[in-house]
Design a protein around this ligand. Structure first.
Ligand code: HEC
Ligand code: HEC
Length: 321
């Protein structure tokens, strides 16, 4: 049964894939678009988005915070159970869920539509409302082909049996539900062409949800009206860390950063030795290892978009006491 659902997801995807050529004969030109290649392409794209852009894996796995930026522990991909709480400015304790294809404790029995609804509307299979810590308001803007690629990929994760604890909220979930910002359907979403760097960068930065972390934290939650001005304080136990001002303000933001400097903020973390150490009281929550894995063209598009964000003067101390 599980195999059947996984297969049907992939078939749906192939039908959705714009350039799919349905016959798979032996001529060289068409073999390039053959079924096996198309499936692999969709899965590779889904893996890239889930790991390095939408950061599903970063939140839904176990992480090792004895190392810099808390790399994901190998073999725990998708098992969930990561705790987010008051130390991160949240109204209670919220655990990421098991999104591996385990039938009992994961998403093994979920249909594509049920997954789409959870990921883009914040409604779980059983009808429960999900806390918007998972940026489903952002995923609500994602092109459907990207969403379906992610779904196809998470169905290929190793099933892990892991029952995740229930969340404990200090507010009614209805008050947190961002219903007014959600479109009822993602069918009309389009992906800007990569040639339009600013628009494409905006699309990527939305999916990556750089904005919530990079907004000032207030007692009511992150102030999204000052998105990218920084100042969200995270208490990691080992230290506090405050998100940077990444608007184009020259004095307090990254207005004076060249594209090269921006890429160099992330590139070192492609190498394990750059994060495989105990950072003591200078650790960070930013998924810098995952962001490092973004294609240069995608990072450059994000940079191009950030150049267009209004300068916002806000001096941030990276490691406040
Ligand atoms: C910032 C962290 C974060 C990111 C990024 C994130 N999630 Fe989640 N996700 C969560 C949390 C936390 C919950 C549980 C929320 C709750 O209990 O209210 C959740 C819930 C879910 C659920 C519902 C599962 C259930 O049993 O109800 C699914 C499915 C899911 N996430 C898939 C994804 C996918 C796919 C992505 C990437 C496109 C993703 N998540 C990105 C944190 C995250
Ligand atoms: C989980 C929260 C979180 C997310 C998500 C996040 N950041 Fe950050 N970011 C931080 C924090 C905290 C810092 C300061 C500590 C550090 O440098 O890691 C930071 C620092 C930075 C810096 C360094 C600026 C400076 O002045 O040194 C850049 C650039 C940056 N982030 C860009 C991004 C981009 C682009 C994304 C999305 C692709 C992103 N961040 C996503 C929390 C986050």
């Amino acid at each position: 049964m599980k195999k059947f659902i996984a297969l049907s997801a992939i078939v749906t995807l192939i039908i959705a894939a714009a350039n799919f050529v349905s016959c798979n004969n032996n001529s060289d030109k068409q073999a390039k678009d053959g079924t096996a290649d198309s499936i692999q392409k969709v899965l590779d794209h889904g893996k890239y988005l889930a790991t390095n852009v939408a950061m599903c894996i970063h939140c839904h796995s176990q992480r090792d915070f004895t190392k810099y930026a808390g790399p994901v522990t190998n073999g725990t991909e998708g098992k969930g159970g990561q705790l987010f709480d008051q130390n991160f400015g949240l109204p209670g304790k919220i655990y990421s869920k098991n999104i591996t294809p385990d039938n009992e404790t994961g998403i093994g029995t979920w249909t594509d539509d049920e997954l789409l609804r959870a990921i883009t509307q914040g409604i779980s299979k059983n009808g429960d409302t999900l806390f918007p810590l998972m940026p489903y308001t952002n995923y609500n803007r994602m092109a459907k082909e990207d969403l379906l690629s992610i779904i196809a990929y998470i169905r290929t994760l190793k099933p892990i049996k892991n029952k995740v604890a229930e969340r404990q909220l200090m507010m009614p979930i209805a008050l947190a539900y961002p219903g007014q910002y959600l479109q009822a359907s993602v069918d009309g979403n389009t992906k800007p062409s990569t040639g339009d760097m600013v628009k494409y960068g905006e699309y990527l930065i939305t999916i990556a949800d750089c904005g919530t972390c990079h907004s000032p934290l207030t007692p009511q939650g992150p102030d999204l009206s000052r998105m990218y001005a920084g100042g969200y304080t995270f208490n990691m136990g080992s230290n506090k860390v405050q998100s940077a001002n990444i608007t184009s303000d020259t004095a307090t933001g990254i207005g004076s950063w060249t594209e090269e400097r921006f890429l160099n903020k992330f590139h070192p973390y492609l190498k394990e030795e750059s994060y495989n150490f105990d950072p003591g009281n200078q650790n960070t929550v930013m998924p810098v290892i995952e962001i490092a894995g973004m294609k240069d063209a995608d990072l450059k598009a994000i940079y191009a978009y950030l150049r267009t964000v209004k300068p916002n003067k806000n001096l941030v101390e990276k490691f406040p006491k």
